[in-house]
Design a protein around this ligand. Structure first.
Ligand SMILES: CC(C)(COP(=O)(O)OP(=O)(O)OC[C@H]1O[C@@H](n2cnc3c(N)ncnc32)[C@H](O)[C@@H]1OP(=O)(O)O)[C@@H](O)C(=O)NCCC(=O)NCCS
Length: 313
């Protein structure tokens, strides 16, 4: 067992321990085991793959206190997804996972909620991290770093399982969406977005964008469909956080397109309104024309790259 796995294994619940037993955690952690031992470990009682019951009774409250309004998915949908996962009803869908950390007294300290998207090339899987949160008294203790590492580990284990135990399916990065600091209706929201960008940038996360050589424009690759019938699409920004064991690069446009396609497929699988998904997909595909995918630092994203670029807010 590698150094980080050795350190953490006593904290894992049985499900998590057996799921990731073959993954080398040290190689996919951005920070060394010695730092985790000092900063995070003393504050951790247990680390679990969260069940539907544990989410409803313990994690939901912290989830709701960290995310508000349109950015938050309904809790009952999350509970049902976890139940279906446990009952084997989602075998052909993207696995849905929540990693949770409790303090030594058993209280919830943080969670990371994600789906594992399998790309159509059959060679890559990408955790799509929807929410990550740490309660205020446990911040700056590297708990989110630890959850990022475990997100990769769980996705790698899921990929190995889907690939029949072979290690051919690579997990190159974690995908998440972000709202740049230039967005936001008021000072408070802009400040929150600015802080999030700072944290993401520290981890080396980059934006997945499109470059249009004809007019030198850079455009966002992320149009989120309205999640309820009648709601309009919204342009956000896709961000990639590298797996420390894999170089972060786009070999060609296929990778970018496959990521975007896998995202819309997962929304279809989860039953979001088809009309809205098709509209968002058409909009982003229109941006592909004459453009090529590129990566850029999150801090370089400007309003012109995603606000009103094709009539969407
Ligand atoms: C974002 C959040 C999850 C970070 O959790 P955390 O456990 O405190 O973060 P960590 O201690 O693991 O720190 C991770 C890195 O970010 C840096 N960082 C964390 N909080 C920071 C802050 N407020 N300002 C600047 N840097 C910060 C850390 O220094 C570390 O970088 P380093 O290795 O270069 O030192 C937490 O602040 C939170 O729950 N915020 C509210 C919910 C949210 O915004 N979630 C993210 C959007 S989905």
């Amino acid at each position: 067992m590698d150094e980080l796995a050795q350190l953490l294994a006593p904290k894992f619940d049985n499900r998590l321990r057996s799921h990731i037993k073959n993954i080398d955690l040290s190689s996919i952690s951005r920070i060394p085991a010695s730092r985790i031992q000092e900063t995070a470990l003393p504050n951790i009682g247990s680390i679990e793959l969260v069940s539907s019951d544990a989410f409803a009774t313990s994690y939901d409250e912290l989830y709701k206190s960290n995310f508000h309004g349109g950015e938050r998915e309904r809790s009952d949908l999350i509970v049902t997804r976890l139940q279906d996962d446990a009952n084997g009803l989602r075998e052909h869908l993207a696995p849905y996972r929540i990693i949770g950390i409790r303090d030594p007294a058993g209280h919830v300290a943080g969670g990371a909620q994600f789906s594992v998207l399998f790309l159509e090339d059959g060679r890559h899987a990408v955790p799509y991290l929807q929410y990550i949160y740490v309660r205020p008294e446990n911040r700056r203790q590297d708990l989110s770093e630890l959850m990022h590492t475990l997100t990769l580990a769980v996705a790698m284990a899921d990929a190995a399982k889907r690939g029949g135990g072979s290690e051919n399916i690579i997990v190159p990065f974690t995908l998440f969406e972000t709202e740049p600091p230039v967005h936001g209706a008021n000072d408070d929201k802009r400040a929150t977005a600015a802080e999030r960008t700072k944290i993401h940038s520290k981890s080396g996360s980059v934006a997945l964008m499109l470059r249009r050589p004809v007019d030198n424009r850079i455009l966002s690759t992320h149009v989120q469909p309205g999640l309820e019938t009648g709601e309009p699409p919204l342009t956000y920004v896709w961000a990639l956080r590298a797996n420390p064991a894999v170089a972060l690069e786009l070999h060609d446009d296929q990778m970018g397109k496959a990521v975007v396609a896998a995202y819309y497929q997962s929304l279809r699988d989860e039953g979001f309104p088809e009309e809205n998904i098709a509209l968002a997909e058409r909009m982003v595909e229109a941006r592909y024309r004459g453009s090529e995918f590129c990566l850029m630092p999150l801090g370089y994203v400007t309003k012109e790259m995603y606000v009103n670029i094709d009539g969407t807010p």
